[in-house]
Design a protein around this ligand. Structure first.
Ligand code: BES
Ligand code: ZN
Ligand code: ZN
Length: 515
């Protein structure tokens, strides 16, 4: 019986594929196409197709628009609808809703809806085709090839490295557009973010400090001409007198690494942009142990290091005419007989003493030393990125990265970059009042947690970092709230987000092109 049914199915499949060449019978070789349609706007009778979709429609004698009409109501933003067998080369066509053609930048919210709509729609179309096990998709630029590429590459990513059953690998290609440059850029930006997602999502027993550094070495190897990598050992950290960083690393059996990346895209005389990322490959809290619920998420506590390093890979791939130094202090925060204890006093690289009242406030300790060291490169701007405080998550959640900065100029640059990428930043107050929370310590110069109040924990952490900064253009990005994605960003599947890698890349690109 089974045999008979199988034979019938095979015959049916054959029948379906009859108009096409033999190669189309193989699932992985089937090509898909993603085309956009705008929602009905104002006086319009119905929605209208994008330029590429309209050309495709012509090539099939209006069949696509006809099917769209009879298949149901107008396609809403971010929704997709599938059509089969209307074109010889594309057995599956996904039409995706782009929202209204009139949508642009919302001034008050600094939100580029049009670009976001494209990312969302293209990702939805690509995923629908991925579920059908289509191995290759061509994508309509929908009027913005860069955003379309980002939607495709970000939307298709999933971390199934360690599963036996993996999602279909889908390759994507631009369809019917001349903006190959925009498309290629979008691919690089999105692949950068996917690298950060990969590093963040991977379990802590896979991405140890050493494995993290090795991965970066591999990913930067194609750009060896312009990139140098230094993997600093514990002995080097001791020489550098990084007592704060070492106090965190000492609880773990896993050796710490201080990763130093140099990207030279410009003359040596040009001051570099300094990026510093928190690289705690697992944050158990140390002796101030975290509750076990959701502790697994702390494998992504190296999100700062991941986004910073991934953005340097992207900058190198884009050959941005700028110099960048990337620093990633990498270690685990673990409890053990050797671990730092609450009340211990440690000495940072700049000689300041710190009373460690809570070993779970470890990010600021490792960043303190990295920031001190970073100043030796005479940077034109310093941006540090860290999954620093639960309080940041409480404040803004996944809506935006919190930016604490002493520079209006730097804030403007970061904000403008984030409008383009849709991965938003929000300015937070570097309020002087919080300084006394961390400078009034019983035993030392500083306390690693707020002495008087738990309120405004993200501001307290920023005030602490500020004690290690003398540069005039510094920004601290607290990314704890945007670390993971449930369904807030529709073009990212559930999991670690890799945010705000694209904003960092865009920021570097703007800096590069402004000279
Ligand atoms: N890595 C955490 C912050 C975090 C929390 C990131 C949730 C992402 C999601 C950080 O090291 C931490 O534990 N901070 C403490 C500081 C506190 C002890 C002052 C916190 O936020 O509770
Ligand atoms: Zn912690
Ligand atoms: Zn942490």
């Amino acid at each position: 019986m089974l045999v008979v049914r199988k034979a019938a199915q095979a015959a049916a499949r054959k029948h379906l594929c009859r108009p096409f060449s033999a190669s189309h019978t193989h699932l992985q070789e089937r090509k898909g196409l993603v085309l956009g349609v705008f929602e009905k706007d104002g006086e319009e009778e119905g929605g209208h197709l994008t330029e590429a979709a309209a050309r495709f429609d012509q090539s099939v004698s209006g069949k696509l628009s006809e099917l769209l009409k009879i298949s149901g109501p107008g396609l809403k933003k971010g929704k997709s609808r599938l059509f089969y067998g209307i074109h010889q080369d594309f057995p599956c066509v996904a039409v995706v809703g782009l929202g209204k053609d009139s949508e642009g930048v919302c001034g008050a919210e600094k939100w580029h809806s049009r670009k976001e709509n494209i990312r969302q729609a293209v990702s939805a179309g690509c995923r629908t085709l991925q579920e059908l096990e289509v191995g290759h998709v061509e994508v309509d630029d929908c009027g913005d090839a860069k955003s379309a590429a980002e939607g495709a590459v970000l939307g298709l990513f999933s971390y199934d490295e360690l599963k036996s059953k993996k999602k279909t690998r889908v390759t994507s290609q631009l369809h019917g557009s001349a903006d190959v440059d925009g498309w290629k850029k979008g691919i690089i930006y999105a692949e950068g973010q996917n690298l950060a997602r990969f590093l963040m999502e991977a379990p802590a027993n896979r991405i140890t400090p050493t494995a993290f550094a090795n991965t970066m070495e591999e990913r930067l190897a194609p750009h060896a001409e312009r990139v140098t990598i230094k993997k600093r050992s514990k002995a080097w950290m001791e020489e550098q007198q990084m007592g704060a960083f070492l106090s965190v690393a000492r609880g773990s059996e896993e050796p710490p690494v201080f990763l130093e990346l140099h990207y030279s895209g410009s003359a040596d005389s040009q001051q570099p942009l300094l990026l510093v990322g928190k690289g705690i490959t697992f944050d158990s809290g140390g002796i101030s142990l975290k509750p076990s619920q959701s502790m697994d998420a702390m494998r992504a506590d190296m999100g700062g290091a991941a986004t910073v390093c991934a953005s340097i890979v992207a900058a190198a791939a884009l050959k941005l005419p700028v110099n960048i130094v990337g620093l990633a202090p990498l270690c685990e925060n673990m409890p053990s007989g050797k671990a730092t204890k609450p009340g211990d006093v440690v000495t940072a690289k700049n000689g300041k003493t710190i009373q460690v009242d809570n070993t779970d406030a470890e990010g600021r300790l490792i960043l303190a030393d990295a920031l001190c060291y970073g100043h030796t490169f005479n940077p034109r701007a310093i941006v540090n990125v860290a999954t620093l405080t639960g309080a940041m998550d409480v404040a803004l959640g996944s809506a935006a990265t919190g930016v604490f900065t002493n520079s209006d100029w730097l804030w403007e640059q970061l904000q403008q970059a984030s409008v383009v990428t849709g991965d938003r930043v929000w300015r937070m107050p570097l309020f002087q009042h919080y300084t006394k929370q961390v400078t009034d310590s019983q035993l030392a110069d500083l306390n690693n947690i707020g002495k008087y109040s738990r309120s405004g924990g993200a501001c307290t952490a920023a005030a602490f970092l500020r004690e290690f900064v003398t540069a005039p253009h510094w920004a601290h990005l607290d990314i704890a709230g945007v670390m993971s994605n449930k369904d807030e960003v529709p073009y990212l599947r559930k999991g670690m987000s890799g945010r705000p890698t694209r904003t960092l890349v865009e920021f570097a690109a703007r800096l590069a092109h402004s000279g």
